[in-house]
Design a protein around this ligand. Sequence first.
Ligand SMILES: Nc1ncnc2c1ncn2[C@@H]1O[C@H](COP(=O)(O)OP(=O)(O)OP(=O)(O)O)[C@@H](O)[C@H]1O
Length: 266
Amino acid sequence: MAVQDGIPDSELILHTMVNAFYYGSFPALRNIDLKVQRKRITAFIGPSGCGKSTLLRCFNRLNDFIKGTKVEGQILFNGKNIYDPSLDPVTLRRRIGMVFQKPNPFAKSIYENIAFGPRINGYKGDMDELVERSLRQAALWDEVKDKLKKPGTALSGGQQQRLCIARAVAVQPEVILMDEPCSALDPISTRRIEDLMQELRDLYTIVIVTHNMQQASRVSDMTAFFNVEMKEGSRTGQLVEYDVTAKIFQQPAQEATQAYVGGRFG
Ligand SMILES: Nc1ncnc2c1ncn2[C@@H]1O[C@H](COP(=O)(O)OP(=O)(O)OP(=O)(O)O)[C@@H](O)[C@H]1O
C-alpha cells in the first residue's frame, strides 16, 4: 500500500489529482496524484524544471495570473475542488497563504505589513494584539517590538522573511506554501526559519519547495520527489515517489530517488 492510501480523510487537507498542467501547449506536469496531510510539513524536492513551484502555485491558483495556463484535473481542498468556477480565488488565497523565495515586504511599516491583510479582510478584533501575536508566531516580536513604525524593508533579509511569514499567518490561513523560502538567506537566518517552521507545524499545514536536501530532511514529515521525463517531445514533470521523509532519504523505493538524494544528479 502506498503511504498516501493510508491517510484518513480527516487528516487530508489537499488532494491533488492533476492529469496535466499546461503553460500554453507545454505540459509542465502530468499525472500528479498527491495527498497533503493536515498540520504536517510536506517538502517538494527534485531537479530544476520538474514543476515543483508550478504545483505549489496550483494550490492557491497563483498560476491563474499567468496567461495561457491550464489545469486538467482537480485539486481538492478540504474536499472541495479549488478549480470549481464557483470558488473565489481571493478567499482561497486567504486560506492558503504563500511565502516566496525573495522576502517581499510591502513598502509600509512593520506594523502595516501585518495589519494590511486582516484589515482588507474586514478584521474587527484588536489589531495591536493580532500584530503582536503574528510577529510572535514568526519569532520576530522581540527584535521589532520597539520599531513597529519603521519600514519593513529596513530589516535584514532573514528578518524580512520572518515578517513575510508573520504577514502570512496574520490572516489565519490553514496552509502556508513556501517556495524556497531560505534560498536568499545566510545559514543562520536559514536555521531560524527552519526552527520557526517546526514551531508553526502544530498550527498550520506547510508545503515547502526546496533545493536543499538537508533542509528537506531536517524540517519535513513527508517528502515528494519529482523528476522530469521526456514525454511526447516535452520535458514534463512527474511525481516519482512520495513517502515519509526518513524513508525517502534512507530507503527510497525508486532508483531515481536514490540517485537524486544521493547527489548523483540534480
Ligand atoms: N511562467 C512560465 N511560463 C512558461 N513556462 C514556465 C513558466 N514557469 C515555469 N515554466 C516551465 O515549467 C517547467 C516547470 O517549472 P517550475 O519552475 O515549476 O520547476 P521547478 O521544479 O520549481 O524548478 P526550479 O527548481 O528550477 O525552480 C519548466 O520547464 C519551466 O521552464
